[in-house]
Design a protein around this ligand. Structure first.
Ligand SMILES: NC(=O)c1ccc[n+]([C@@H]2O[C@H](COP(=O)([O-])OP(=O)(O)OC[C@H]3O[C@@H](n4cnc5c(N)ncnc54)[C@H](OP(=O)(O)O)[C@@H]3O)[C@@H](O)[C@H]2O)c1
Length: 512
């Protein structure tokens, strides 16, 4: 990696105050998690609106059969970077992959690379994490919690550090339902948990995990909570921002409307509803779903680095990046998703899309049998008989795992305070380039957004082209008719069963 040594000093800070672009000009940036959904968004936005950045170092781990150079090429060849390459071709040369792994000691960096970062990095975005909700405790703690300690060690060595942004989650305190922009401590001390997880004593780890899961919905949110505490305890006088997004969804506008990069969480659920695979969900329909477009989160993160540096009070600043001030409920989202799925059907839909929301596990289990397991069983038999690979049962099982993972979040709702975000918006509005970032959701048109989201799933995840729309609509019409026939048949069976039970009881009552 050949990089020109960047001699920016923090004393230049005041010159950076008037614009976001000015703040980032000539700085060296380190991003972890740049190959993930949010990280890609951050990288894209920085490259697009701050082309005068000195360098962006992205920490990438090698993967099976893929070197970091190959992974970097794949990343930068993503179509979302095409317009940047056209407008600012030189900015791509400022992005440098650095081999590392946040789960390893010293972040898995070579001494040479670490020295380059120490000399050149001014602003750090720590985004990398395992986002699997039910990761074993020791894995979640190592990747999500211990990594923040490793990042803070590096930050303290940086010669000219300006700001550090850690991306947490709005649900890092999921056991509390009104969340302020402050660090909450837990009855489990971070150092104790880390020590137990590092001891290798599986029995103690399992016991601890059981205790934790009595309070927290999963190991993921708990590990993020500990990570926040570590950032706070180790911040000393460094300007540290913690951004807490709620559920991140497709983009509203940037890099293009509906951009989405993976099928985790809600995106996967919306896709399966659209495909007609998912017909019931375990959520309380009147609860709020706190969904935020990825570009909104990216903007908050980029501005938080600026805000925490220039308006600091020697404390870690927390930014709740949520939508509860402009809420939408689960049933409203469901209605829009189903409507979109019917109006612009996806290719190869397997059933006429609908989705019944049920509030408790018992009703869900019953509906699951009739709406998922039995149909999947018969459809797989049909696929097998017609010489195709049975796969519906497998999808159904995967969905059930997802349902279990998100159950807690569909049963509760949270109120997030946003004082720091509001203060940041007020101050950004005074900047000359305030229009490059949209930081509030007050004019959010959820219906329009969800239509864009569903179109994004088709375009970026399923990669379906518009040529197949006619065929998809014909198929949907056919499935609609089958759906109606099955509904009538089910109604008939239900009425017949009621009639048989009723007549049996009546006969027994009057002629015992
Ligand atoms: N998505 C959401 O709804 C949501 C909501 C709230 C908060 N967040 C937070 O936002 C951040 C990004 O989430 P995301 O949705 O973008 O997740 P994602 O798509 O799964 O990306 C995770 C990123 O972390 C990297 N990573 C994981 N383990 C690593 C390791 N050991 N060393 C180096 N890099 C590692 C991954 O690299 P590889 O490509 O090598 O796997 C990937 O780049 C996370 O901190 C998450 O907690 C996400």
């Amino acid at each position: 990696m050949k990089v020109k040594i960047n001699e920016n000093a923090v004393s230049e800070e005041l010159n950076r105050a008037n614009s976001i672009e000015g703040f980032y000009a000539n700085t060296g940036i380190l991003v972890t998690g740049a190959t993930g959904f949010l990280g890609k968004g951050i990288l894209e936005k920085l490259m697009r609106v701050c082309p005068s950045i000195a360098s962006i170092f992205i920490l990438i781990r090698p993967k099976k059969n893929q070197t970091i150079e190959q992974r970097f090429k794949k990343l930068i060849d993503d179509p979302i970077y095409e317009s940047i390459k056209a407008i600012h071709p030189s900015v791509v040369n400022k992005v440098h992959p650095v081999e590392g792994d946040v789960s390893l000691s010293d972040l898995g960096l070579s001494v040479a690379d670490r020295n380059i970062l120490i000399e050149n990095v001014n602003i750090v975005f720590h985004v990398a994490a395992t986002v699997r909700f039910n990761e074993p405790l020791n894995v979640a703690v190592n990747v999500n919690t211990k990594s923040t300690a490793r990042i803070m060690e590096l930050c303290k060595e940086l010669k000219h550090v300006i700001s550090i942004v850690y991306v947490s989650t709005a649900y890092s305190n999921a056991n509390i339902f009104e969340i302020e922009e402050k660090i909450y401590t837990t009855s489990f001390k971070p150092s104790t948990v880390i020590n137990i997880c590092e001891s290798g004593d599986q029995q103690s780890i399992d016991l601890l995990e059981d205790e934790i899961l009595k309070i927290y919905p999963n190991t993921y949110t708990f590990s993020k909570n500990l990570a926040e505490q570590i950032m706070s305890n180790n911040s000393d006088s460094l300007p540290v921002a913690i951004v807490r997004p709620s559920v991140i969804g497709a983009s509203l506008k940037e890099p293009c409307p509906g951009w989405v990069d993976n099928i985790y969480g809600l995106t996967g659920i919306f896709m399966l509803i659209g495909k007609g695979t998912t017909r019931t969900m375990l959520v309380k329909k009147s609860k709020r779903l706190d969904l935020v477009p990825v570009d909104y989160v990216v903007n908050i993160i980029i501005c938080a680095a600026w805000h925490v540096t220039l308006h600091r009070n020697n404390e870690v600043k927390v930014y709740n990046s949520t939508s509860n001030a402009h809420p939408i409920k689960w049933n409203q989202i469901r209605d829009i998703v189903v409507q979109c799925s019917r109006e612009t059907p996806m290719n190869n839909v397997i059933w006429f899309p609908f989705c019944i929301l049920v509030p408790n596990q018992c009703s869900y289990n019953v509906l699951d049998i009739f709406l998922h397991i039995l149909p999947a069983f018969f459809m797989d038999i049909f696929l097998k008989l017609s010489g195709r690979k049975p796969m519906i049962m497998k999808t159904s099982k995967l969905f059930n795992q997802m349902v279990r993972a998100v159950k807690f979040f569909g049963q509760h709702e949270w109120t997030f305070h946003q004082d720091n975000v509001t203060d940041m918006i007020k101050r950004v509005n005074l900047l000359k380039d305030r229009d490059i970032v949209k930081l509030d959701l007050w004019d959010m048109d959820w219906k329009k957004y969800m239509i864009t989201y569903m179109a994004g799933i088709e375009k970026f995840i399923l990669r379906e082209d518009s040529k197949s729309i006619d065929a998809a609509q014909k198929r949907l019409l056919f499935l609609y008719r089958i759906h109606q026939i099955v509904l009538m048949f089910s109604l008939f069976i239900l009425l017949a069963t009621i009639y048989i039970i009723y007549s049996t009881l009546t006969v027994r009552l009057f002629f015992p």
